[in-house]
Write a protein that binds this ligand. Structure first.
Ligand code: GRG
Length: 300
């Protein structure tokens, strides 16, 4: 059986509206940080566009759980702050050493390495402030769970662990299992935190949380496979970041291990399986089902 998005669901409209909502919330999220150039550096990367997939997943999961997604907006912003921090740090000379991100010079190219590191740190800590101090109407025990999820995903069990293994594997022969470890931690963990945080705020029961963990694992890996494919097939202009980077950095990727065609097949299968677990909630899952398809159909 295949989980299908209802034909009456207008995904393009949904995405436009959700992005507008997220952009407004992000824009309002940074206060009068001092000094001014730290504030500017934080805003520079946070408001540089991007697909806003993570906050949208958070809002959609909250709605699927039957919650009011306005209550999940601070958490959605927090997740985008953590994502943006990870991009700023990933681009640093000591890491992937990149000049282009979201169609602009990278943060350290504009503000210098020290301020870029600190702007990332400030976004990371601000994320915890968003959830704990700016959420309205969410029971404290749900917020505590969300803070726990954010702590796990930002640390060694998530982004940091994945990044360390990724850096250590550059230029080495890597097997599929290690590649999967890297991407489940570097990329998948944050996508999972997005749906789990949204669902927790929305009051999801354990069965839905379990299904969403499986859904998120599938879309997380599929997202990275497509990211690897686009690195080979798309241009820097379209991607807004340096294309062909994996080859230059001598990184193992899905296309390198499996070939382009097999990689795409794997991504399609992962998304199909991810959607299947949501069948029991299908009547309310149109946004999450369509977001799963968007992950494999995207061109950037
Ligand atoms: C310092 C606590 C701490 C953590 C940082 C640097 C690092 C540890 C981790 C790197 C994580 C990373 C950058 C993973 C890549 C994930 C990925 C494929 C990003 C691209 O996401 P898109 O395409 O980007 O959604 P946009 O710009 O659209 O948001």
């Amino acid at each position: 059986m295949e989980a299908e998005t209802s034909s009456s669901f207008d995904f393009s409209n949904y995405l436009t509206e959700a992005r507008t909502r997220v952009e407004e919330a992000l824009n309002a999220s940074l206060g009068p940080e001092k000094p001014e150039h730290l504030r500017e550096a934080m805003r520079y990367s946070l408001l540089a566009g991007g697909k806003r997939l993570r906050p949208i997943l958070c809002l959609a999961a909250c709605e699927l759980a039957g919650g009011d997604s306005d209550q999940a907006l601070p958490a959605a912003v927090a997740l985008e702050m953590i994502h943006t921090m990870s991009l700023i740090h990933d681009d640093l000379p000591a890491m992937d050493n990149d000049d282009l991100r979201r169609g602009r010079p990278t943060n350290h190219k504009v503000y210098g390495e020290a301020v870029a590191i600190l702007a990332g740190d400030a976004l990371l800590t601000r994320a915890f402030e968003m959830v704990s101090l700016r959420s309205v109407g969410v029971p404290t025990e749900r917020l505590l769970k969300v803070v726990g999820e954010l702590s796990l995903v930002a640390g060694a069990p998530g982004l940091v662990g994945g990044q360390v293994v990724d850096l250590e594997c550059e230029g080495k022969q890597v097997d599929l299992e290690t590649l999967e470890f890297i991407h489940l931690h570097k990329t998948g963990a944050l996508l999972k935190a997005c749906v789990i945080c949204g669902a927790v705020i929305g009051g999801a029961q354990e069965d839905l949380l379990d299904a969403l963990r499986i859904y998120a694992r599938g879309i997380g890996l599929a997202f990275q496979i497509i990211d690897d494919i686009l690195d080979v097939t798309a241009s820097s202009e379209v991607l807004g970041k340096t294309a062909g980077k994996d080859l230059i950095a001598d990184k193992t990727t899905y296309p390198k291990l499996l070939g382009l065609e097999e990689s795409r097949r794997k991504a399609d299968l992962l998304v199909k399986e991810a959607k299947e677990v949501l069948i029991p909630w299908e009547s309310n899952a149109a946004p999450l089902l369509a977001l799963a398809d968007y992950i494999t159909n995207r061109d950037r």
